[in-house]
Design a protein around this ligand. Structure first.
Ligand SMILES: Nc1ncnc2c1ncn2[C@@H]1O[C@H](COP(=O)(O)OP(=O)(O)OP(=O)(O)O)[C@@H](O)[C@H]1O
Length: 245
């Protein structure tokens, strides 16, 4: 069932003429916290993210950034509030459908690339389609073309047939980024993509994510501590004590 929510007031990075790819409304997330009862990691967070807009989220350690990504990805259900991705209220979906959305409407990039050692760069991207028993020959052919296109976009055209151990850290992270974009997700969630990279490679990855956000039209939310790269983003959010400032 599709859900519509009233857009939030416009801020500089928003595109209110398009439907948001992600809407959070009054999202509260509480973790059990021993004898003290509960710890409130997200405190009534509301947010709209629009297609083609590159947003960075910063904030002190423990302020709730990863929790927000996990809720937006449907990995954790909030204690209360609404999480709407591409018109679908994740909180109303059974777990299996939330998981399916992570392969289609939602792309997730974590700190470590987590590639499969035995597969080439191209095969990493094609894997999901090959594991899908309902995918026919034409879906597999399309996936092969899309994988090659994306690897060209992330400047790995010449390294498509290389396996992870033959790639540098920056190249592995670029394979990871290309893989997350395979299904043309409306929402791209990125958790500290540069934590394992040096400064030069970090800047290249942050810029690349911006180019891909615009070209692919995804709404990208990147958690980062690299405040020096903020020029590359369209919008910055700051999380403090579970609240967006
Ligand atoms: N699974 C969990 N169980 C209990 N408490 C948790 C759990 N995960 C996170 N927390 C707590 O929730 C709060 C927010 O954590 P979160 O990881 O979202 O912060 P963060 O801003 O991503 O931090 P960092 O920048 O260090 O990664 C912290 O107080 C943390 O200790």
């Amino acid at each position: 069932m599709n859900t519509t929510v009233t857009p939030l007031l416009t801020t500089s990075g928003d595109r209110p003429d398009a439907a948001p790819a992600l809407s959070l409304r009054d999202v509260v997330l509480e973790y059990p916290d021993g004898e003290r009862g509960t710890l409130r990691a997200l405190d009534r967070v509301s947010l709209d993210l629009y297609p083609g807009v590159y947003t960075a989220m910063t904030g002190p350690s423990g302020s709730g950034k990863s929790s927000l990504l996990a809720v937006a990805a449907g990995l954790i259900s909030p204690t209360s509030g609404q999480v709407v991705v591409n018109g679908q209220d994740l909180t109303a979906l059974p777990k299996a459908l939330r998981t399916a959305m992570r392969g289609t409407s939602i792309g997730v990039i974590f700190q470590q690339p987590n590639l499969i050692p035995s597969l080439t760069a191209r095969e990493q991207l094609e894997l999901t389609v090959h594991l899908d028993r309902s995918a026919g020959r034409s879906a597999k052919r399309d996936a092969r073309v899309r994988a090659a296109e994306l690897l060209e976009k992330v400047d790995l055209g010449a390294a498509m047939d290389k396996r992870p151990h033959q790639l540098s850290g920056g190249q592995r992270q670029r394979v990871n980024i290309a893989r997350a974009l395979m299904a043309k997700p409306a929402l791209l969630l990125v958790d500290e993509p540069t934590s394992a990279l040096d400064q030069e490679r970090s800047a290249a990855v942050v810029e690349l994510l911006g180019e891909l956000t615009r070209e692919e039209g995804a709404a990208t939310l990147m958690v980062t501590h690299d405040v020096e790269f903020m020029d590359a983003v369209d919008r910055t959010l700051v999380m403090v004590d579970g609240r967006l400032q």
